[in-house]
Design a protein around this ligand. Structure first.
Ligand code: FHN
Length: 414
């Protein structure tokens, strides 16, 4: 069972992923050719030679990037941690690296250390800062791996010693407390190499959590596949990395946005199964966060803030074989929360054996009438009566104070 041993991660439930790099300047198109893949992979998908691609750095001047405003927004969207791409597969460091000049402070006209700006903003707003670092794929370095290519001629050992490990040392030394390191696509990384990275992380920052994608089973929590929500909850700590549209890096042509309602449902579903939701934004080449993302996340933030008692620090709900048609349940110490997403005349929870002390609406605190009873088959149920106006409403949450510490559901009858 995966255990980060970090209470903040278990309680956080909702984080902001930021994919931002040189690919953001291309916005999904290079020399008139559009990529049909995730936008941050454009260098790889359109086979752009490294010598050509690296020239993009000369155009990187993100006049619209405001770390302070972004971190404050993330807090308002209800997020409790941020994971930022310090170096994605393209190989470009979004911080001032001493071991490679291919970085945002040395290779661009802006000369800004983006990671430092984010660190300061996170410290100001009490936001946990995590860093994505592509440890194996590096399409700029001759010895970095490239997915689905023949890597047999690469000297990955040399790459580790020259770039990967020194850069890990930098980001874990020069940017304050790093709450987690988000490794990705380990490819052919051997168990010894993953161990070496993990050792370095812990030597420099013992409390820094190591994500599942360090590879070789060494992660301290389980990272699911992208946008993948397991039907059966995992034991222990886990997280779903997810997109708002169909890309991570900015793509001007991707308008396939999920709406705020869908995102709220996904968040609560993941929380109900015990996981964290790490939801992505892809700022454009100037550092501006797409309007659509801001609109969606602001609406999500309203639900999260109003109902934060039923989201943060919740625990995995024991599996109820009865499927809800109207919403999702979350729970934590002596409380069960019913998140109602569809119109219902009253809230009915079937197949449950708990005793209820009180029921209330989270958004107003109003006490609600309830009945605890048995069906003719002898199964327990709870019915909560709704105020008239709520019978027409959706996206609200009801709290139930229980006599027992956790909800108790029946197993399926044989
Ligand atoms: O290849 C990356 C991709 O660009 C993106 O960063 C996602 C985020 O989970 N991880 C990899 C694919 O799974």
């Amino acid at each position: 069972m995966k255990d980060t041993k970090q209470q903040w991660f278990k309680d956080a439930k909702f984080g902001l992923f930021i994919h931002w790099g040189l690919y953001s300047l291309l916005a999904g198109e290079y020399k008139g050719e559009k990529t049909d893949h995730i936008a941050e992979w454009i260098m790889n998908h359109l086979d752009i030679p490294a010598e050509e691609y690296e020239k993009l750095a000369e155009q990187f001047d993100p006049v619209n990037f405001d770390a302070d405003a972004l971190v404050k927004q993330a807090r308002d969207w209800g997020m409790r941690y941020i994971v930022f791409t310090s170096k994605h597969h393209e190989g470009f460091a979004m911080y001032h690296s001493q071991c490679s000049p291919y970085n945002v402070a040395d290779a661009t006209p802006c000369k800004r250390d983006i990671l430092k700006e984010l660190q300061l903003a996170c410290e100001k707003y009490g936001m946990k800062l995590g860093l994505y670092y592509s440890q194996a794929q590096d399409w700029h370095d001759p010895d970095g791996y490239v997915a689905k290519k023949d890597n047999s001629q690469k000297n990955y050992r040399e790459y580790l010693d020259r770039k990967c490990l020194p850069q890990l040392r930098e980001i874990l030394t020069n940017y304050g407390e790093i709450a987690l390191i988000w490794f990705d696509t380990p490819l052919a990384t051997t168990p010894e190499e993953s161990e070496e990275m993990a050792r370095l992380v812990k030597e420099l920052q013992p409390n820094c959590i190591i994500s599942g994608r360090i590879g070789n089973g060494l992660g301290e929590y389980m990272t699911t596949g992208d946008n993948f929500i397991p039907r059966h909850p995992f034991e222990g700590d886990w997280e779903v990395p997810a997109t708002l549209n169909d890309t991570w890096g900015f793509n001007k042509d991707d308008h396939n946005w999920k709406d705020a309602y869908e995102i709220i449902q996904l968040l609560v579903k993941i929380n109900s199964r015990g996981g964290n939701y790490l939801l992505n934004i892809g700022p454009d080449g100037t550092g501006r966060v797409p309007e659509e993302s801001i609109k969606i996340l602001s609406q999500v933030g309203n639900y999260v803030k109003t109902n934060e008692e039923a989201i943060f620090a919740t625990k995995r709900v024991p599996v109820n074989p009865y499927e809800l048609t109207w919403g999702e349940l979350t729970c934590k110490d002596y409380h069960l929360y019913a998140h109602v997403f569809h119109k219902v005349p009253r809230v009915e929870i079937l197949n449950i054996e708990n005793k209820v002390k009180r029921a209330y609406l989270l958004e107003t605190g109003q006490e609600l009438e309830f009945i605890v009873g048995k069906t003719c088959e002898g199964d327990g149920f709870i019915n909560v009566e709704l105020p008239e106006e709520y019978k027409e409403k959706t996206y609200y949450c009801i709290g139930l104070e229980l006599e027992e510490e956790t909800p108790v559901f029946h197993a399926i009858r044989e």
